[in-house]
Design a protein around this ligand. Structure first.
Ligand code: PMP
Length: 366
């Protein structure tokens, strides 16, 4: 029986995508070849890349002024590739520090130029999104992590930027409608909402490519990948193919508006548990709660092992929190069905009644 997969990434994929992908591993579209065996230079794969690119733009409502790249190295490579392309030693980039991944992005950017951290929630163990910060007009670019996978916080509104606007959207990419054209560059590892691990998507304004005036190693130069349609070297062929299948699935589901509504409902269902049972204490402040990663502790930490066991009995996997926060994390990405959320809520409900009586109150740490 299929598990209820709450993994933070790699994570759940739509069952129909898994079936299609597994058929293609044996025989791709009755071609007599596996997707694992075809050349990345042939028409077949070129059309896979072209369709995947066009679906990303269509879903985000972006036009021909944007380029979509399929790269490798994870979002972590983008932490350095982005400043390597756009930041010089004498220039300053403005970053908001909202957790582990932003902190890593900041560390890498410092290798290429100056970094001003204009907002941080580090002192409160990243339990909220900093607000009211000023973005210096002199900055080369402004960078945010839109969803903080480990801490369960998410930018609900993207602040306006007077300078180039870059975002790590790894854990909420294509999960809801967004004003995508507000951004000059978006990057995301595929392994949460778009496909398997091994593919990183970079969406950037074509105009931006003209602003790169450095000599760079080819494999770290956006211009090289743009000129070669992501096929400068051998890409992650299978990974990109599974991304295409997932993008088609997302379009069939009704696109970002439809998936955003479902994701809102899933998140609301889970967060309602915190308000009902004081046993569950959310990490994030209410207004910044993530719709992708629901992070919570037990008010009686000695019950943690029993809770893990109750989840496991119900077929739930991937619920343990990241070591830097502890507790639990339910990652409820696009492909996680409402049914899995219902199963988790059922376990939470039953567990709270068994170990904490029928206490009702606010379980949110505000
Ligand atoms: N940014 C965010 C928001 C993430 O959640 C992650 C991975 N969980 C990363 C960056 C790093 O991604 P990768 O492992 O693909 O390098």
């Amino acid at each position: 029986m299929r598990k209820h997969i709450f993994n933070a990434g790699p994570s759940v994929l739509p069952v129909e995508v898994l079936k299609e992908a597994s058929e293609a591993v044996v025989d791709l579209n009755k071609s007599g070849q596996s997707i694992l065996e075809i050349s990345h230079r042939g028409n077949t794969f070129e059309s896979v890349v072209a369709e995947a690119k066009s679906l990303v733009k269509e879903l985000l409502g972006l036009g021909d002024d944007y380029e979509v790249l399929f790269l490798q190295g994870g979002a972590s490579l983008q932490f350095c590739m982005m400043p390597m392309n756009f930041l010089k030693e004498t220039e300053t980039a403005a970053y908001v520090d909202t957790g582990t991944w932003s902190s890593k992005a900041i560390k890498e950017a410092k290798l290429f130029g100056k970094v001003e951290v204009i907002g941080s929630s580090k002192a409160q163990n990243f339990n909220h999104i900093p607000k009211g910060f000023a973005i210096p007009k002199t900055a080369k670019y402004f960078h945010i992590t839109t969803n903080n996978t480990i801490y369960g916080t998410q930018f609900q509104i993207y602040p306006d930027s007077p300078v180039l606007y870059f975002a790590d959207m790894s854990s909420d990419f294509l999960s809801k409608e967004i004003p995508a054209s507000k951004f000059d560059l978006i990057y995301a590892g595929a392994q949460k909402n778009v496909g398997p691990a091994g593919v990183t998507l970079v969406i950037l304004k074509k105009e931006l490519l003209k602003k790169i005036d450095k000599t760079l190693p080819s494999m770290l130069d956006y211009r090289v990948f743009a000129e070669n349609d992501s096929l400068y070297n051998t890409p992650c062929v299978f990974g990109i193919y599974v991304c295409l299948l997932t993008l088609r699935w997302l379009k069939r589901k009704g696109g970002l508006k439809a998936i955003g509504k479902i994701n809102d409902e899933k998140a609301a269902r889970l967060y309602a548990m915190f308000d009902k049972h004081p046993l569950y204490v959310g990490h994030s402040e209410k207004e910044d709660r993530s719709k992708m990663n629901v992070v919570f502790m037990l008010s009686k930490p000695d019950l943690e092992n029993a809770f893990v066991e109750a989840c496991s009995k119900a077929g739930i996997v991937g619920i343990k929190g990241h070591r830097s926060v502890g507790g639990f994390r339910a990652s409820i990405y696009n492909a996680l069905p409402m049914e899995s959320v219902e199963v988790l809520c059922g376990v939470m409900e039953e567990f709270a009644f068994r170990y904490d009586g029928a206490a009702v109150g606010s379980g949110s740490r505000q």
